[in-house]
Design a protein around this ligand. Structure first.
Ligand code: COA
Length: 209
């Protein structure tokens, strides 16, 4: 009986995440082409900070036109279900970064990515985003594993996953994609059972419809 109830609860989990989530002082909201200018502004102001780690962080890649195309085009992954990209906002509506969930590491897993505006780093924003997205990911049907990847040289990024209960499970050689990378990717993993054991109620963000 209990097993059937659990199975039907699992079956009720949504397949796609909420378009807006609030957690630990940040608001994650699905981006649209209307946000292109603001994303472009934040990324352009942060160019030197992002350039070592984000392959798209070039003057062309952060231009309003490139961002508009990205947010409009096939890379708008929400519709295809290949991934879910959010803008990161302060409660007053200021855009301070971006983050997302990507379906590129197997059928029952999602990878988290994030970046934060240079003027807002070291205030826990990336940790809040990754915590929110971990809960969002595990709230989806069929997701049993969450991962965060970063190059070994990216000390700031590598500081985030262990704070949230992720374990370093591997190091993969990779072709550097951005100028700061040394070619060794750290793989941080968390399974659902580990996350559930970490008092999920305290860390579950509120979806806002
Ligand atoms: C990596 C990044 C997202 C971290 O964002 P953030 O909001 O500053 O991170 P948080 O404030 O949540 O900090 C998490 C931890 O990282 C540490 N940290 C942040 N920046 C750091 C730095 N430059 N050097 C060393 N540690 C750093 C923080 O001190 C914090 O640990 P602590 O609270 O125990 O001190 C941000 O630096 C960034 O946008 N970098 C460029 C893009 C990028 O690298 N994205 C990830 C690609 S894998």
């Amino acid at each position: 009986m209990r097993r059937r109830a659990r199975r039907s609860a699992l079956g009720r989990r949504p397949l796609i995440p909420p378009e807006q989530v609030e957690h630990d002082g940040v608001v994650l909201r699905r981006l649209s082409a209307d946000d292109a200018d603001e994303v472009s502004r934040a990324a352009t102001e942060s160019l030197e900070h992002l350039r070592p780690w984000m392959p798209w962080a070039t003057p062309e890649g952060t231009s309003p036109a490139a961002q508009r195309e990205r947010l409009l085009g096939p890379a708008t992954m929400w519709s295809s279900g290949s991934g879910y990209e959010y803008g990161v906002f302060l409660p007053d509506g200021t855009l301070v970064g971006g983050c997302g969930l990507h379906r590129r590491i197997g059928p029952s897993a999602l990878e988290i990515g994030y970046w934060v505006h240079v003027g807002h780093v070291r205030r826990g924003i990336a940790t809040a985003c990754a915590g929110a997205l971990t809960a969002v990911g595990f709230g989806l049907r069929g997701i049993e594993r969450m991962e965060i990847h970063c190059d070994e040289a990216n000390v700031a990024s590598a500081s985030v996953p262990p704070k949230l209960g992720y374990r370093l499970t591997g190091r993969l050689e990779h072709e550097p994609e951005a100028p700061g990378e040394v070619g060794c990717r750290l793989i941080w993993v968390q399974y659902r059972r580990e996350w559930e054991a970490r008092a999920p109620r305290a860390t579950t963000p509120s979806p806002v419809d």
